[in-house]
Design a protein around this ligand. Structure first.
Ligand code: SAM
Ligand code: SF4
Length: 156
């Protein structure tokens, strides 16, 4: 795969702006930011997020679908967010997904509960300059103050 140039992204950005200004209902420009939901699997079970639906744990994007998205959309994407409605960073092949985003030269972002021990995954994200985010989701649950990513403090 040849690395896409900044020119490709700049042209797509210019086209997107033009189409927006013209109010085009059908776009030829491709998405500048992609939210690629890798999985609904999670190692936690936050009250506001999970149901008992067993489907949650079986829904993970296949490698072939990810590769197709990468081929078709990463060359023009400026930002790729690899979160899921689950915890992408626990996936065994997460490092491969990160490497693909990096190869295409996209900015990378993840939203994570950080409640696992996978230092190698955090290292590879850091190596590729990913934006790692999450500071939200306070909830009160059964006497414990939680962030939606984990227990912060007992309140009684
Ligand atoms: C679904 S989580 C997935 C990423 C990761 N597992 C985490 O918790 O950060 C992504 C974001 O959705 C938020 N979230 C979870 N359930 C939600 C709900 N019912 N409504 C709005 N946001 C929710 C979480 O607080 C988190 O910031
Ligand atoms: S850690 Fe994230 S995905 Fe997992 S249950 Fe909590 S909010 Fe949902």
């Amino acid at each position: 795969m040849s690395k896409p140039t900044d020119d490709v992204r700049a042209s797509n950005r210019a086209l997107a702006l033009l189409e927006y200004e013209r109010g085009n209902p059908i776009l030829r420009s491709l998405p500048r930011a992609l939210f690629v939901e890798l999985t609904r699997r999670c190692n936690l079970s936050c009250e506001m997020c999970r149901t008992n639906d067993p489907a949650f744990n079986s829904q993970t994007m296949t490698a072939s679908l990810f590769d197709r998205i990468a081929r078709e959309l990463f060359p023009t994407a400026e930002l790729v967010d690899l979160r899921g409605w689950g915890e992408s960073l626990i996936l065994p092949d997460f490092a491969d997904r990160v490497a693909t985003v990096a190869e295409y030269g996209c900015e990378m972002r993840v939203v994570t509960n950080l409640s696992f021990r996978r230092p190698e995954v955090l290292r590879i994200l850091a190596r590729h300059g990913a934006h790692i985010g999450r500071l939200d989701g306070w909830c009160y649950s059964g006497g414990n103050v939680q962030t939606s990513c984990g227990l912060l403090a007992q309140t009684r």
